[in-house]
Design a protein around this ligand. Sequence first.
Ligand code: CMP
Length: 394
Amino acid sequence: MTQSWRRWMFAILDQPHHGTAASRFVHRLLIAAVLINIAAAVGESVPRFGAAHRLLFETIEYVTAFVFFAEYAVRLWVAVEHPLFKDMPPARARLTYALQPAAIVDLLAILPTLVALFYPLNLRVALIFRLVRFFKLARYSPGLSSLADAVWSERRALLASLIILLGAVLMAASLMHAIEGEEQPDKFGSIPDAMYWAVITLTTIGYGDVYPVTALGKFVTSITAIIGLVMVALPVGIVASAFEREIHRREFIVTWSMIARVPLFAGLDAPAISEIISVLHAQTANAGDAIVRMGEPAHSMYFIAQGEVIVELPQGPVALGTGQFFGEMALLIRANRSATVRARERTSLLVLDAHDFHHIMSQHPDIAQKIKIVAEARGITERRGAPDDKAGQG
Ligand code: CMP
């Protein structure tokens, strides 16, 4: 009994976009709590409002903090239902969940209220903690999670450009210390002092509070600012192009429950599911959109996370629904698309690129076998032969 409640609750909490009405309601409530709480925290920092509406702000803080507290407790309780932790003893599953970035943000979000219960907090410090709650929205925002993925995927390149930038800061600061150290000992008297000037110049911010007075100093400053333009563009460009790539990969957030609804992945262990989630793109098709067109070259196959599509076959349309897949035939025999497939309603698709498809087929013979059986039933051997109705059971 408790277990089925827990499973039900897990499904509700794990489905920000594609769940039932109950799950949509819960997520809207949680998002509203974050937004209201942040708006109140910002409003409260204006002394005029803070004093005039103290009771209102306090009520908002306590009610929303209670919601966050309940959310954290329930998420911890249902963590044992997560496919990733299912094989662990409950305590370990919950501890492992608690150490995930999203769970740490949730904990930080309730910490200020918890601490304030026992120990009066400095208001400004409490405010910073309260604004951490903004990051709770990462769960619902493909944008925020794409940015995190972009930074993570480019961490080596970013570290490399950071090291180059540090080198430039050190060089410029040492040079200016040598050139202007005697002229302006308060500003360039030591390398750490000069490093402040170097950072502000290299990032092309140039507050103007520290500036060169000698001709050579001015020359070095000009060169430093020009070099800075190029150096700062490096990490900005790296993050921007990675972000561009990620945001187009993820029109919605792929959750474990979505993967669990695809029967093909049912028997997989947690590491295999993680691997598949990491290579799947998320794409949304509107009613009537052609997702693949007959005769076109094939670059990917599709799993239906939610919705329905129609395969337009010469002998009549075949409908495929949530959990089924299509687009596998052309990839398997490296041919063009055998039919056009259209969305019948707004449909959420998980897209597997050809390259990853072939990788998964070679790494997971059981999945390869199941896909081949479905493709054969759909008439892959005769190439567009008349399929029997089993064919629709992707
Ligand atoms: P592909 O040829 O890549 O592109 C069109 C897709 O339609 C095809 O892969 C199959 O996934 C799907 N398809 C083709 N024939 C049938 C069928 N008889 N029943 C269900 N789906 C089909």
